[in-house]
Each structure stands twice: as structure tokens, then as C-alpha cells.
Design a binder for this molecule. Structure first.
Ligand SMILES: [Zn+2]
Length: 227
């Protein structure tokens, strides 16, 4: 008899726990986890655009289109979590157009850096897709240059690989203009290869772009949480 009572109490405890779990997820229980993003200023830099499609791979969409769509998804998620987001371009345009950088060689990159450095952004994240002569090559890498970039690069790479299950090409030190010239922690993310048929097809899908944005959100959140 006593055994039955114990069994019942365990059952009710389980039911209670499950009800609480359902309730907390319905009321946005995941939100407190994104607390580190509140009030942060984040610069998103969708690569290319405005006459520069970036990589045109074997899929139906260009690099410039893919990364702009991912940036818009990510912007919405970050703002929902209380962050402020600055985008270096919001449409299929060249950020140098109409600025003093338009006539300059490297003007497109210089204008991105100028937006970032003026913004007092706490992090700068440049979004790209990769390309390789060998079509079988796939995966994701995050690039950094300055020592202050490394922690952000590692958080993003970890989140991308674990959430998207892509091949882990690691964190790499690369002498890229936007990394070298930005004054805040900055990274350049190479999400998938447009030379690879599977990854090119995936990156053209809105649902996959949403997943990429979610992975980036998690990585940025982890970065701020560990500061
Ligand atoms: Zn690119």
C-alpha cells in the first residue's frame, strides 16, 4: 500500500513538472536565456550587393542574396532579445554608393568599416558564403584577425557547427580588410559553399536561412554571456 502511495506521488510530481515545462515554454520561458543580448549594439555586415553578387555558385541564389536574407532574420531575433542592430546594407545595394567612399578603390569595404566604427557597435559580424574549385568541399568557418576577435569567432563557430551539423572547418586567422580595420571584436563568417550542390540548395531555402540565423543568435548570446 505504501509503495502505491510513493508511486502516485512520483507520478504527480512528474505531471506537475511537465505542466510547468509546457507553461514556461508557452510564456516564453526561453527568453531569460537571451538576457546577455539586452542593450548590446551589434553591427551586421551582409557581404557584397549592388552589382556585386559575390559568389555565384551552382544553386539558384547568389551569395549577396543569401547573406542579406540571413541578416534580416538575425536582425529580427536580436531585436526581440533587446539588442540594437545596425546593418551595413539593408537591400541589394553597395554601401559605398552616395558616400565619400564611392570613388575609392576598396570603397565598398571602407564604407562598411566606417559604418561599424562610427556606430559604437560592440561586435561586427560579416556574413558570407564560401566557394571552392572542388565541388565536394563543404562546411563552415569563422575568420578573425585581431586577438580581441578570437572569443567571438570561437563562440560563433561552436554554435554554427552544433546547430547546423555542418563540416567544422574551424576558426581561422585571415587578414581581411573588414577585420583588420574595425575597432571592435569582428569576425567574418563563411556559411557553406555555393560550389557544393547540397549546401547551395540548402542556402536558397528560407527555412535553412532561419536555422543559420538561430545558430548565429545562439553564438552571439554565448559570447556576451561569457564576457
Ligand atoms: Zn563573400
Amino acid at each position: 500500500m505504501r509503495k502505491t502511495v510513493v508511486l502516485y506521488s512520483n507520478l504527480w510530481a512528474t505531471v506537475f513538472m511537465m505542466a510547468m515545462f509546457v507553461l514556461s515554454s508557452l510564456t516564453g520561458g526561453a527568453r531569460p536565456g537571451l538576457q546577455p543580448l539586452k542593450g548590446k549594439v551589434i553591427v551586421l555586415d551582409p557581404g557584397h550587393g549592388g552589382g556585386d553578387p559575390g559568389t555565384v555558385g551552382v544553386g539558384t541564389t547568389t551569395e549577396a542574396e543569401n547573406v542579406l536574407a540571413i541578416a534580416w532574420e538575425l536582425k529580427g531575433m536580436l531585436e526581440k532579445a533587446g539588442a540594437e542592430v545596425i546593418m551595413t546594407r539593408q537591400s541589394d545595394s553597395n554601401p559605398a554608393w552616395g558616400t565619400v567612399y564611392a570613388a575609392q578603390e576598396n570603397g565598398q569595404l571602407a564604407s562598411r568599416v566606417a559604418v561599424a566604427n562610427r556606430s559604437q557597435g560592440q561586435v561586427f559580424i560579416s556574413l558570407h558564403n564560401d566557394w571552392h574549385d572542388d565541388r565536394s568541399v563543404q562546411g563552415t568557418s569563422v575568420h578573425f584577425y585581431k586577438s580581441q576577435d578570437l572569443a567571438l569567432a570561437e563562440s560563433l563557430q561552436r554554435a554554427l557547427v552544433s546547430r547546423l551539423h555542418t563540416v567544422d572547418l574551424g576558426v581561422q586567422r585571415s587578414n581581411f580588410y573588414v577585420l583588420r580595420n574595425t575597432t571592435m571584436p569582428a569576425v567574418l563568417v563563411e556559411i557553406g559553399f555555393l560550389s557544393n550542390p547540397q549546401e547551395a540548395a540548402r542556402l536558397s531555402q528560407p527555412t535553412y536561412r532561419l536555422e543559420v540565423a538561430r545558430a548565429l543568435l545562439m553564438g552571439i548570446n554565448e559570447y556576451f554571456a561569457q564576457l
